[in-house]
Design a protein around this ligand. Sequence first.
Ligand code: NI
Length: 162
Amino acid sequence: MALRQIRLKNDPILRKKSREVEKIDDRIKQIVEDMFETMYENKGIGLACVQVGMLKRIVVIDMQDEDGQMVLINPKIIQKSDEKQINVEGCLSIPGENGYVERPKTVTVEYTDLNGNIQQKTASDYKAHCFCHELDHLDGVLYTDKVLNLSEEEIERLNNEK
Ligand code: NI
């Protein structure tokens, strides 16, 4: 295992589109291990491969919940609710900052796991945020592109209207 350096917000690689993983070999498994180690070291709950400098469609997530460690290879959102939610997001590539972002309340993601099996996972609330945030990274999108410029009172009101 090895810690990898996290790319920070002005690094142009963060704006590039990542490429599909064609074969899950030992090299990919090593990258995934390194991604987890790097994420834990930096106290993150999710990390996209591009954030450690490789344009591969791989996301790791660990929200310390019943799902444990999740490895999502070539993930796609296949369903999302019309209902939206607003939550605070941060990003290991943008340390020390955070902002409110609107995301679907519930999303279903289809992905390949580390054993090469196709899986589907439906998540709501903050985990849906996490999926959307990490999948955006694979297309060169940062949460700051979507930050709402609203006061705390306005956000409170919007969330209460739902
Ligand atoms: Ni991020």
